[in-house]
Ligand binder design. Sequence first.
Ligand code: NAD
Ligand code: DAU
Length: 347
Amino acid sequence: MKLLITGGAGFIGSHVVRQFVTAYPEYHIYNLDALTYAGNLENLKDVETASNYTFIKGDITDALFVDRLFKTHQFDGVIHLAAESHVDRSITDPLAFVKTNVLGTIHLLNAFKGLWGSNFEGKLFYHISTDEVYGTLGETGLFTETTSYDPNSPYSASKASSDHFVRAYGETYGLPYVITNCSNNYGPNQFPEKLIPLFIHNIIQNKPLPVYGDGNYTRDWLYVIDHARAIDLVFHQCKQGETYNIGGFNEWKNIDLVKLLCDKMDQRLHRPKGQSEQLITYVKDRPGHDKRYAIDASKINETLGWQPSVTFEQGLEKTIDWYLGNAEWLAHVTSGEYQSYYERQYS
Ligand code: NAD
Ligand code: DAU
């Protein structure tokens, strides 16, 4: 099995690379990543010298390069995670999301089809997507695999578009695919532009915690290693041409989550209870902010036997411990471009 993982130097991708490199020594894992601001080879220090692992620096928006790469290595499988992934950045620069998330995905599909188009036996293109393609929920209900797509941000519109192309290549050319739509991930190695690591970083530095709008927005949180386990299971046991929703049955209003995080950080940093909560600052809302996401994960649970292995409290504690124990990682990723992004986004 020659397996290409795209975006393997990013947050979720690095956990997926580690999962496959360690669990499948008989596979060869190729990690293709452009190393944008979100890609970081420090995430993979522990596996970089493994004999079944190769890193390739490259951009999925470069069609010729992608095509050549597939011809050279003859990948049997693809797990496609490379993407622009942050909603706020998609609001200021939608085109970057179209280029990577839509065009980049099409280049990968074309290269895979070009390589195996006359015999797809034993091959699989696994596209990693998000619950945001379904748009927003009201107070009740859950996203299922048959919920209509209704994306509201340039990010989710680009992910929805890429999902449609994957499905269309399946229908039109018989390309064997599977898609998973997952809820909000958290855990080690997440870039501190996303809610949980951003707020951990700001609490450490005693900086304001910018809560968008009234804070009454709901997300369904999943520990990243449980997502990586689900991806392993789907890759090996899925029914081709299907989609699976992945989520933690773990809904939190942002403001409640932030207060829990503040509490745990106070304990961990030996600060007086309530100190970090004083950093909470309500700021201008995100345009087009989706009210509530919540996943019905019963299909993957019932058909493949997957379920999360840690509770939210356990996962959050592991995450806090990781960030406090990896101050150097945090310092590296928050230098340079991060400073000007932060200025633009929150000033
Ligand atoms: P991330 O931003 O941490 O990592 C993205 C990776 O893709 C980075 O390593 C980056 O260098 C690479 N990349 C970006 N553009 C590229 C290009 N043109 N060519 C090659 N590599 C490129 O993202 P993440 O949070 O790990 O998300 C990974 C995937 O999972 C994305 O497809 C995202 O839509 C999806 N997803 C994320 C979440 C979440 O909560 N983070 C939830 C559901 C689905
Ligand atoms: O649902 C899956 C999606 O989850 C993934 O597809 C995306 O790649 C990932 O970024 C994430 O999107 P969100 O927009 O939900 O995540 P984010 O961490 O940016 O925000 C979580 C919630 O917190 C959201 O309601 C906005 C709010 N928020 C976020 C930031 C960065 C704040 O209140 N303040 C902030 O500074």
